[in-house]
Write a protein that binds this ligand. Structure first.
Ligand SMILES: C[S@@+](CC[C@H](N)C(=O)[O-])C[C@H]1O[C@@H](n2cnc3c(N)ncnc32)[C@H](O)[C@@H]1O
Length: 448
């Protein structure tokens, strides 16, 4: 572990602008001080030098002198310039960070002297040979990609596949970026660039293979469950893992979940593992196929029914049926939860709740056990919660703000775009409305 503020030495300046990865060009010398110590007494000294030791990937800071990667001297001769001859196995050298210990003055002598070291014994001076292996991916890319412009630090990994969203100016470096990410992340076999923002119906994106195998069948683990899918044909976002867990934690085992835009099952499978009954739906036939696969693979098929239809229709048929059954059996403790995670559109689906039941199906003295969790985007950064609640009310066609339990910020999608969840209890006045849900031009909310 590097100490706070400690940066490993960067690659040589000459790699800037490289578009074909030449791993040999990353070699550079690094002059360091080092202490030669008896291996047997080394532990308390290392404790003292914790923040002074050299921290470089794939280079042990404490090792026998003979095993160090020392620079060949330019005029031939022994490696390591003035390096002393190698010791036996009872001696080790401790490499010191040249930024923190440029010379003997940088060492904590007051602590070292009681341990038998003396300021009179000056440290060794060694010239190490750093190579491609000694830099992390971010250091390699920072050194190669154009200086002073947006870099490429953010990517997501799903199983053996990394996907990223390259800015225009980085496209010429696409293959190199892919190779570096693959080199530096063991187990990655495929690196792709998303070619567009996700704006098609099924929320998957077209992608360009940057490097590796064109194998998009991935295996992901999330919240203790496994998910298999064809990543090029379905929606999957590892950044929603915490939200999936958060939502499922709100369910009780006696509840029923209606997952209207279920994807390949990241709400469905863990909810069923929690022993909830789940009705899971997705319009995309590929998502539906993998949803079924994942339900079976996680052995929850006895609690899950799957559907392949439009989310609104799912509410109008399956949620309606479940609600009727539930209201006819008031002794049941469970609640019905409807999850609509299709943030670009789902807020419009809430009109499907309007007039879902006839008034005589909802006993006047009975609370309606129906809670909806609707995901949506907003660009109203300054008044996000209010704009989300207004959008809900506008689409339900009436002011339901007093039935809202939570307006939760799920994540920042882009600098000017936030993803929210609005959780609300669908009231009898909406379910039994005799109209088709008059669409308010702009909802007027009651002030809290
Ligand atoms: C943003 S993804 C969410 C998937 C999953 N629930 C999750 O949390 O990762 C939205 C899903 O809605 C599906 N979808 C798109 N339009 C739909 C519609 N009209 N009805 C039902 N599902 C739809 C897409 O295929 C996609 O799987």
């Amino acid at each position: 572990m590097a100490a706070p503020g400690q940066q490993p030495p960067p690659p040589p300046a000459g790699v800037r602008g490289m578009t074909k990865l030449d791993r040999t060009a990353f070699q550079r010398p690094l002059d360091v001080c080092a202490l030669r110590l008896p291996a047997a007494d080394i532990a308390p000294i290392l404790k003292l030098l914790k923040t002074q030791m050299l921290r470089v990937p794939h280079l042990r800071p404490v090792q026998p002198l003979g095993e160090l990667p020392l620079m060949e001297p330019s005029g031939g001769g022994e490696p390591g310039a003035d390096a002393p001859a190698a010791d036996g196995p009872d001696q080790k050298v401790v490499l010191l960070d040249p930024e923190r210990v440029p010379d003997a003055g940088g060492l904590p002598w007051s602590g070292l002297e009681p341990l038998g070291l003396s300021a009179a014994d000056s440290p060794l001076r060694l010239t190490l040979r750093l190579a491609y292996d000694n830099y992390r991916a971010d250091a390699v890319l920072r050194a190669v990609l154009p200086d002073g412009q947006d870099g490429c630090t953010s990517f997501s990994r799903v199983g053996h596949l990394i996907h990223l969203n390259l800015k225009e100016h980085l496209l010429p470096y696409g293959e190199l970026i892919g190779q570096v990410l693959m080199d530096k992340h063991p187990g990655v076999r495929t690196v792709v660039n998303k070619l567009n923002t996700i704006d098609n119906t099924f929320r998957n994106f077209s992608m360009q293979l940057l490097t590796g195998e064109a194998d998009y069948l991935v295996e992901a683990r999330e919240n203790g469950c496994s998910f298999r899918m064809d990543f090029s044909k379905v929606y999957w976002n590892p950044r929603l893992c915490t939200e999936h867990e958060r939502l499922v934690s709100q369910l009780q085992p006696e509840d029923t979940l209606y997952d209207a835009c279920a994807g390949v099952g990241p709400f469905t499978v863990p909810a069923a593992r929690k022993r909830c009954r789940v009705l899971a739906n997705d319009l995309n036939p590929e998502s539906f196929r993998w949803l079924q696969h994942n339900v079976t693979a996680n052995k929850v098929q006895d609690r899950v029914q799957t559907f392949n239809m439009d989310g609104r229709e799912f509410i109008r048929t399956e949620v309606r049926r479940g609600l009727r059954e539930r209201l006819a059996a008031p002794a049941d403790a469970g609640r019905l939860h409807v999850v609509l995670n299709l943030p670009a559109l789902a807020i419009q689906f809430v009109d499907a709740f309007v007039g879902l039941l006839s008034p005589d199906e909802v006993p006047a003295d009975q609370a309606v056990p129906l809670r909806a969790h609707v995901y949506t985007f907003t660009k109203e950064l300054a008044a996000a919660k209010r704009s989300v609640t207004e959008a809900l009310c506008t689409n339900v066609g009436r002011d339901v703000s007093r039935h809202v339990c939570e307006v939760f910020l799920v994540r920042n999608v882009a600098p000017n775009k936030l993803m929210y969840r609005v959780t609300w209890d669908v009231p009898a006045e909406v379910l039994c409305a005799m109209d088709d849900g008059p669409v308010l031009k702009k909802a007027k909310l009651t002030e809290p």
